[in-house]
Design a protein around this ligand. Structure first.
Ligand code: C5P
Length: 435
């Protein structure tokens, strides 16, 4: 159990400092958690009458640090910098983060400094929510986007506050993608997490499945969320039996779980459902449209339509990435390795690696891609049982980078690094030793 009082008192201290700035610069990470937490800070400052500048980045490198220094103070790092010692050299700076850190001189709100695990019980969006006490929906979306599922610990507290205020709903329901944003037939036909045997990719089979389950008469555009509760339940039962009859009982069970929705958002958009909202934001951030992601969060007119068209490309890239992974993943004994240089963009290689590692996998995966400077971007992912057994990918990557050059870190379950182009052999040898 972490030190709750000290955590919340640090939240107030950070809020007070942030609101005292007159010309703040927010530097935030480009993934879903970084966008939602950055947006919460931006909205809080704007409500206090401050027009903060925003710089959304892939990683904290020398160029970003130089920009932070050039701003001459009043910098707010969000979802990064927690473990970066150079930040201490900047004047007037605060950090909101959840990556592993031992802290430094800079004022920082980070669960790890108070005995909470930033890997699974609160992400940066939750940190930003508790600091400014606003936009609980974004708080939940960031956590789900960072694979903190189901919501436990401080995330659960945030969820309960959201339920009490009527902003969030939590229920056991179907976890298929598109339950709000796709017509029923498409939801089944395009299902890829998991694949639905006999249905995925087969429009005729999906059509007759819906007819047999008594939903043939529903208008073609009806989504799962638009069905009555009784009809939702009947479709779930039908789907579970369909899977069980084909010997996929375990997968059938994984179709149901806790689902978080936002009753105040439009039921026909991805923004109604935390998981779909997080994919929408990842589609923006990880495809060089971070500003659009922030505009979606702040509710700017027209932003959703643009983001939603980007989403189709993002999901296509993920599908192609998954296909590449299934054909090219290598087993290196202590870990899986995927050389995706030239095949998968560095912005999404981590997402693909995560999607490609099952909860039953006995070893982690390390995937590499090429970044915009020609260096090697590494993304690693584990699962809950590997972490429970003691694996800490953030520490592994930090240590490997100390030996081979580059910079790395992150969480126990998901971490990343950038290493020089010629250091791959050294890096792989180090992984072998460390694991
Ligand atoms: O880039 P990727 O998605 O693989 O990163 C996984 C996690 O590791 C993210 O939370 C990211 O912020 C973190 N990370 C880090 N330091 C790095 C690279 C990634 O803390 N140098």
């Amino acid at each position: 159990m972490g030190e709750r009082d000290a955590f919340f008192s640090r939240c107030s201290e950070v809020r007070g400092t942030a609101l005292s700035y007159s010309n703040p610069l927010i530097i935030n990470h480009f993934d879903c958690d970084g966008l939602t937490s950055g947006a919460i800070v931006k909205i809080a400052l704007s409500e206090a009458g401050k027009n903060a500048k925003m710089l959304t980045v892939k990683k904290l490198d020398g160029n970003v640090l130089a920009e932070a220094k050039a701003h001459k103070g009043e910098v707010i790092f969000v979802d990064l910098a927690g473990a970066c010692k150079e930040v201490d050299e900047i004047k007037d700076v605060i950090i909101l983060d959840h990556h592993q850190t031992e802290g430094g001189k800079t004022l920082q709100i980070n669960p790890h400094l108070f005995g909470f695990d930033g890997g699974d019980e609160i992400s940066s969006s939750g940190v930003a929510y508790f600091t400014f006490k606003m936009r609980v929906d974004l708080g939940v979306v960031g956590a789900v986007g960072d694979m903190q599922y189901p919501l436990i610990g401080l995330n659960r507290e945030m969820l309960e506050e959201g339920i009490a205020s009527g902003d969030v709903k939590c229920e056991q329901n179907l976890r298929l993608y598109g339950r709000g944003s796709r017509p029923l037939q498409q939801m089944l036909e395009y299902a890829d997490e998991p694949f639905l045997p006999g249905l995925t990719g087969n429009s005729e089979a999906c059509k007759s499945f819906l007819e047999q389950s008594g939903l043939g008469g529903a208008p073609a555009s009806t989504s799962f969320y638009e069905l009555s509760q009784a009809k939702q339940l009947s479709l779930i039962n039908f789907l579970v039996s369909h899977m069980a009859e084909r010997g996929h009982e375990k997968t059938a069970k994984s179709l149901i779980g806790e689902v978080y929705t936002f009753p105040k958002n439009d039921i026909k958009t991805e923004m109604y459902d935390a998981s779909e909202f997080s994919t929408l934001l990842n589609a923006c951030g990880r495809n060089a449209k971070a500003e659009l992601g922030i505009s979606v969060c702040t509710g700017e007119f027209g932003a959703y339509a643009q983001a939603s068209s980007l989403l189709a490309t993002h999901r296509k890239n993920l599908r192609e990435g998954m296909k590449f992974l299934s054909q090219n993943r290598q087993d290196f004994g202590k870990f899986y390795f995927l050389d995706a240089r030239g095949a998968i963009a560095d912005g999404i290689v981590g997402v693909v690696a995560g999607m490609g590692l099952t909860s039953a996998a006995k070893k982690p995966i390390f995937a590499i891609a090429t970044d915009e400077n020609g260096a090697i971007k590494v993304s690693s992912r584990a699962n809950a049982s590997l972490v429970k057994a003691g694996l800490n990918l953030g520490m592994v990557l930090k240590a490997a980078c100390e030996k081979c050059g580059g910079a790395g870190g992150g969480h126990r379950i998901a971490a990343g690094a950038t290493i020089p182009k010629g250091q791959l052999d050294c890096f792989l040898c180090e992984l072998n030793k460390l694991l």
